[in-house]
Ligand binder design. Structure first.
Ligand code: SF4
Length: 337
């Protein structure tokens, strides 16, 4: 147990996680050497373009898929610290109640043949098979009310609900076991902007009331900014910057973060967007570029970037993987005056 250590305030510690997929002698490195620590009650945003490995990372953390290497330390409610990558099935069954997921698509993540009551109560049936039906249904009504669902519609099927209401059903299902950590995988991406705001506010309220910790995976930086305490930026399976939200938005240290921030829409018609174009496409993770994986698209690239991979290192109390992080002056988002 001695190597299972984390800061007293932490609930989760991801250490050197790798995930490789191999098929027909081709190895795709979906996640490479990602590490970060999460304090209880905070929200960590994980951002990056589609295909950057953020969803794979989330799935490794909840053990929906097995990581190839690394540790995911979790401090359970009983105080014990386990490595979720190696913990035995019996212990994992207990821990799984404490770590839940909310998925991207509220249309496809709910079984259309089940009523809302059945969908929300499914985790209860699986984990507490002897619980009387009346008790189960009372818990469903309580949690449905908590997430803002009309409790008189619980015998209906998902198709009778709008996208925002369906996502509330997904949230209720994730909350019914009274978890401590929720991994939200693009949880608001399929929703209209106004509904997104409602769901984000709901998640914040639930976090406060139920002392939840979120891992919020999204390609949308403006959403992540509103909910996260700290943000990790991923590129081609690697964490390239990890910083407190305000610091990252006001003064990014990695050129990829700068480019992502330049593409965030500003809700002011008088503000001119000055987007930094990213050259080309994300490289093939089965055949990544030499040196810094971002060098083919980076406007600050120098020979060192082509020859040598930058390690994730501390600069200004933050983590960044760029050879020139302490020399470049990069443009932030709207915190700039
Ligand atoms: Fe750009 Fe070089 Fe920094 Fe990579 S190491 S982000 S290529 S400046």
């Amino acid at each position: 147990m001695s190597n299972l250590e984390m800061a007293p305030a932490s609930i989760l510690k991801v250490e050197h996680i790798h995930k490789r997929f191999t098929s027909k002698n081709i190895c795709v490195r979906a996640v490479t050497d990602v590490s970060f620590e999460v304090k209880a009650g905070e929200t960590i945003g994980i951002v990056g373009e589609s295909g950057c490995g953020k969803t794979t990372l989330g799935r490794c953390i909840v053990r929906a898929i097995h990581a190839s290497e690394g540790k995911v330390l979790y401090r359970a409610e009983d105080g014990q610290i386990d490595d979720l990558i190696t913990v035995d099935k019996e212990r994992m069954k207990k821990i799984r109640k404490e770590i839940q997921m909310i998925f991207q698509d509220p249309y496809s993540s709910l079984d259309p043949r089940m009523t809302v009551t059945d969908i929300i109560s499914e985790p209860l049936k699986a984990n507490y098979p002897k619980m009387p039906k009346a008790d189960r249904e009372k818990l469903v009504v309580d949690i449905a009310a908590k997430v803002g669902l009309n409790t008189s519609y619980l015998k209906r099927y998902p198709h009778a609900f709008s996208g925002g209401q369906r996502q509330r059903i997904g949230i209720a299902r994730a909350l019914i076991l009274n978890p401590r950590i929720i991994v939200c995988d693009e949880a608001v991406s399929a929703l209209d902007v106004s509904i997104q705001a409602q769901i984000i506010n709901l998640l914040k309220d639930l976090q406060r009331d139920m002392h939840l910790t979120y891992l919020f995976i999204s390609h949308d930086l403006s959403v992540v900014e509103h909910i996260s305490n700290r943000v990790g930026v991923m590129y081609l399976g690697r964490m390239v910057e990890y910083a407190p939200t305000e610091a990252l938005f006001s003064k990014p240290l990695h050129p990829y973060t700068e480019a992502l921030l330049s593409a965030v829409p500003v809700a002011d018609p008088d503000v001119q967007m000055d987007r930094i174009p990213l050259k080309g496409e994300i490289p093939n993770p089965a055949n990544p570029p030499s040196g810094c994986y971002f060098h083919e698209r980076c406007r600050y690239c120098q020979q060192k970037c082509i020859d040598e991979a930058p390690a994730l290192r501390e600069v200004d109390g933050r983590s960044v993987a760029c050879h020139f992080a302490d020399e470049l002056t990069l443009r932030g988002f709207h915190y700039e005056s």
